[in-house]
Design a protein around this ligand. Structure first.
Ligand SMILES: [Zn+2]
Length: 371
């Protein structure tokens, strides 16, 4: 099992120059070999393999003065990225007859990145810094402890101009949560993101909507500016930061929520996600919400593995909201989403729609668990 960690870094002027230089060199390598491959593919219908390109790369690095400061590994990874993109493109050509070539990378791309060879020997964490190969000590917001074996590292700049280091880790130390002997079913919804069979509700914060007005105001301003001018770039940076904040807040809330559920319960039962259903959705709000549902499910699944708990997914077409959780009668008229509370016409128990659904999901999940 591998796991990714991402930390914000604050390079100084020299490091910033080094990083920008690496972006440039990787872009150059990517574009150089892409052009070469395109040319050969068009004229001979064949192209050199990755390892043949690697030989050219060694030669190129020796002859270009400005490539000397960048690790061979970093350049080779840029070459590999091109190779992967090219093979993807070729597989699309044969299956879909789609002929969109891999795009050349541009200096104006908002997102830039390159890989560095990080290992446990050359990568060290300090209290407010990280020591990286090639770049040395960089100020870093170390938001969590890293355990395990470091496989690789990526330095990136996002569209709002912030820098990050991402590490791929394997062989993590197992850090199990204690068993609580408690089981829960959860219902995912628009009004409350998560409702549990114990009756807890976690509200869906509508960050996007709140911030959307501000973002659309900025969007209008952008259209008035000349493309690729300094002011245009500034506005894009500002908008990207706003989106980023919204996404970060949402991710943060979902992370806290899923960790809490995994900590508190030994078995969490959820409804399974059906990807084809997702694309049938015409309602945008619903679609966006479904995207959050997907994140909740994914996080629950991998965290349950991390912390030694269990997640059980039940069939999506199970009538969780129409079924009375105490007598099992299926109330056919309950399909409309706006009926929040109802009374069972057989046993007379009053239900809150989401809690009743969560209870049904729990019972169904437990059947699978004990089968
Ligand atoms: Zn009933």
């Amino acid at each position: 099992m591998t796991c990714g960690y991402r930390f914000r870094i604050y390079p100084n002027d020299t490091q910033r120059k080094q990083i920008t230089n690496c972006f440039g060199c990787c872009r150059y390598i990517y574009n150089y070999f892409l052009a070469k491959r395109n040319e050969l593919y068009i004229s001979t219908n064949n192209f050199p393999t990755f390892s043949e390109h690697q030989k050219d790369l060694i030669e190129l690095k020796e002859n270009c003065e400005w490539l000397k400061d960048v690790q061979y590994y970093t350049l080779s990874m840029a070459l590999q990225n091109m190779d992967i993109a090219y093979r993807k493109f070729l597989s699309r050509v044969t299956t879909n007859n789609e002929t969109k070539h891999p795009r050349f990378k541009s200096k104006f791309d908002r997102k830039q990145s390159f890989k560095i060879r990080c290992t446990n020997a050359n990568t060290k964490f300090q209290e407010k810094a990280i020591i990286l190969p090639m770049l040395g000590k960089i100020k870093c917001r170390v938001s969590r402890d890293v355990y395990g074996r470091i496989l690789s590292g990526t330095i990136s700049r996002n569209s709002s101009g912030k820098f990050f280091v991402s590490l791929l880790i394997t062989d993590m130390e197992k850090d199990y949560f204690l068993s609580t002997g408690k089981y829960v079913g959860i219902d995912l919804g628009l009004k409350s993101l998560v409702t549990t069979s114990d009756g807890d509700e976690y509200v869906n914060h509508r960050f996007v909507r709140k911030n959307l007005k501000r973002i659309s105001k900025q969007d209008k301003r952008i259209s008035k500016k000349i493309k690729r001018s300094k002011n245009h770039a500034k506005s894009i940076t500002r908008i990207s930061s706003m989106y980023e904040r919204v996404i970060n807040q949402r991710t943060d809330i979902i992370h806290k929520l899923t960790t809490q559920l995994i900590r508190e319960y030994d078995v969490v039962c959820i409804e399974n996600l059906c990807i084809t259903d997702l694309f049938k959705q015409k309602n945008l709000a619903r679609l966006k919400a479904d995207a959050s549902f997907g994140i909740v499910r994914d996080q629950l699944k991998y965290k349950s593995k991390w912390y030694g708990k269990e997640v059980i997914a039940i069939d999506r077409y199970f009538p969780s909201s129409q079924k009375c959780s105490s007598c099992g009668y299926i109330e056919k008229d309950l399909k409309k989403i706006d009926i929040r509370e109802w009374k069972c016409s057989v046993c007379g128990i009053e239900h809150k729609r989401d809690i009743n659904a969560a209870k049904n999901i729990l019972y169904e999940g437990m059947k699978i668990y004990y089968s």
